[in-house]
Design a protein around this ligand. Sequence first.
Ligand code: A5A
Ligand code: MG
Length: 467
Amino acid sequence: MVENFDEWFHDILENANITDSRYPIKGMAVWMPYGFQIRKHSMNIIKKLLDKDHEEVLFPMLVPETELAKEGIHVKGFEDEVYWVTKGGQTDLNEHLALRPTSETAIYPMYSLWIRTHIDLPIKMYQIVNTFRYETKHTRPLIRVREITTFKEAHTAHATKDESDEQIQDFIEIYKEFFDDLGLPYLISKRPEWDKFPGADYTMAFDVIMPNGKTLQIGTIHNLGQTFAKTFDITFEDKDGQHKLVYQTCAGLSDRVIASVIGIHGDDKGLRLPPKVSPNQVTIIPILFKKGKEEVLAKCAEIKEQLEAEGIRVNLDDRDIRPGKKFNDWELKGTPIKLELGPRDLENNITIAMRRDEEEKIEIPLDDALADNVIELLNKSQGNLSEIAWDFQAEHVKFTENIDEISELVEAGNVVKFYWCGDEAIGKEIEEKTGYDILGIQEEISEGKCIASDNDAKYIALIAKTY
Ligand code: A5A
Ligand code: MG
């Protein structure tokens, strides 16, 4: 799997009924029923987290050209990636309309209307929408798409810079919680100047290491300072009667999160889904013989009901095919727990449980404690997948003080930590010399030498092969 990760990933999307990329537009795909369920459960988790402190809204998908073009740096960052609507039927449109590549320029003109005084602040809104980017880099399902189907973007406005910095920390905490629920490990870094979001003061990013050693940026949080506030005239009257510009932040996640759940937890047999996002947390597989068939099926239905009453998502696979085939199917689809029940088990009043993350079979009595026992297994499975993934990451981040060692380490599937002075020219030189990307800085330090210059080191930075 590691050797052929891209191929494995492509196959699993099809075989596990996640997406179908045969849709006749490059970079766009169909969410298939099983994938759609994973998408739904993960979306519900982030919604719940954001709903605590943010309001969900829904803006139009089209942005007038005049608005998109207003913020110079921002539009420059996206101009090669925008899809345009230029006609309404046969009529050429006077004003061309952009399919949002992201929604700053849709949302902020409205913020300008809504924000009047300090009482209106802070504003914290989010939406989950599709966005469109005419990506020129190699497109890949879920990872780099041209229609980002599940773009979760949050946009906030504040009275002070301090509050906007606090908001960045809040987003970091929210994203951590979200990724923790998906069992995903992550590296958090501050992107270098040349790789920050177009229009941002600074960008914080979450990256994961995929099994082939390439990193994938799965979420970003941007402090926009007052750049957009100036462009879109977003001001408020403060307590002292002064008119001031707001400070803004935004943060975004995409379908890439699902790609990393699939890639990071998967194995040679297929998906291994964390219970929190798995469409079925438990799949019951009856072992049927002619004799006693009805009794076994009835008991399976009873178990399903018993577990569902405790909020567990249960699937009873009563298809008329060999149990062995069912086992393989559900291994492939990554159901966290399979419960097997045959006539003998029924006689003994037990079921055989198998966790997808471990080979071991466990006998569970069919009694009042069944749901509790299953929940315990689900929790163990969730925790174990997360632990395995964090261990993998820990083993694949290597430090070096020698720039000539970077290549060997990266080619062996690692992300490399190094000392950097923070100078932009030196940073670009490091990227050029190695052929990899500096992800960003992880922490400030006050000792050591820069890996590529005589300067004192200021930061621990990360460099990797990126998607
Ligand atoms: N408005 C801000 C939040 C924004 O658009 N930021 S962003 O451009 O960095 O996008 C947010 C996240 O979306 C990225 O961190 C990345 O994980 C994901 N993303 C960006 N382009 C993507 C694409 N073409 N396909 C899939 N995911 C993408
Ligand atoms: Mg891009």
